[in-house]
Design a protein around this ligand. Structure first.
Ligand code: SAH
Length: 255
């Protein structure tokens, strides 16, 4: 079979080590979900280690050259190979039950993949994904300067575990950055107990002005007259926990 030529604009860095590929797929728990979706299977180095598992397995790949390759290599999966852009894919309607996601993700869209996981927290129960190390560190970070919007959003509904770090030479062509596999598991928070949309807006406003105290960063939300959150308003975004942001959002709803 003719190998797929790596295309930079699609973030194609193919894993070149089969043992490592197997190790990564072994982080899947096959627990609490009925469907599994691989994003960006490329030439299927992860795919082949999942193929024989007892799970409803689907692939989504944007590159038509890769799709041709996959159809030929995995004829049994053919009806589950979707040619398309994950960011435009209707996850909720495509899968009836809970789903897990795996992938050596294209780094140019990895944050957007995580935003979609956040949006679909009711549907997605697990993610095992390869990220640029910096993004993984941010999602893992519980405190301090590495924390960002995505850390708070994802941590609100998921537990995050570090799985593996990979040097660039595990990929062809090698990326310019270090890579990290993390595992994201749905936690037991049923709901935020405040508007999810407003929560996201407030987290964004706070982090977009991260040097300011929340009193200043969140001025437009009319929070200042509420003594219960007064101590929080003296802090900066990166000092707040998920629960602190929930408290602020609940107050903004009442304001
Ligand atoms: N899993 C393979 C390939 C990883 S490279 C391996 O480990 O070797 C990232 C893959 O994501 C590429 O195959 C690329 O074509 C695909 N991709 C890029 N953008 C995508 C998108 N928006 N939706 C689905 N797949 C995408």
């Amino acid at each position: 079979m003719k190998l797929v030529k790596a295309k930079k604009y699609l973030g194609q860095h193919f894993l070149n080590n089969n043992n490592m590929a197997e190790k990564i797929t072994n982080f899947l728990s096959y627990n609490n979900y009925q469907h599994l979706l691989e994003i960006g299977p490329g030439m299927g180095i992860l795919t082949k280690h999942i193929l024989n598992k007892d799970i409803d397995f689907h692939l989504i790949e944007i590159d038509s050259e890769s799709v041709l390759y996959l159809n030929e290599k995995f004829p049994d999966l053919k009806k589950n190979i979707i040619e398309g852009d994950f960011l435009k894919f209707d996850l909720v309607n495509h899968f009836k039950n809970k789903v897990a996601i795996i992938g050596n993700f294209p780094y140019n869209i990895s944050s957007q993949i995580l935003f979609r996981v956040w949006e679909n927290h009711d549907k997605v129960n697990e993610v095992v994904g390869m990220f640029q190390k910096e993004v993984a560190d941010r999602v893992l970070s519980l405190k301090g300067r590495k924390r960002g919007i995505l850390s708070v959003l994802i941590q609100a509904f998921f537990d995050i575990e570090h799985c593996l770090d990979l040097e660039p030479n595990y990929f062809s062509p090698p990326p310019k950055v270090q890579s990290t596999v993390i595992k994201i598991t749905r936690n037991n928070r049923v709901s935020l107990e405040c508007s999810k949309k407003l929560f996201k807006q407030i987290v964004k406003s706070a982090y977009n002005q991260r040097r300011k105290t929340l009193r200043n960063a969140l001025k437009s939300y009319n929070l200042e007259t509420r003594p219960i959150i007064e101590p929080l308003l003296q802090l900066r975004a990166e000092q707040l926990s998920v629960d602190d942001f929930i408290k602020i959002t609940q107050n903004a709803e009442k304001a």
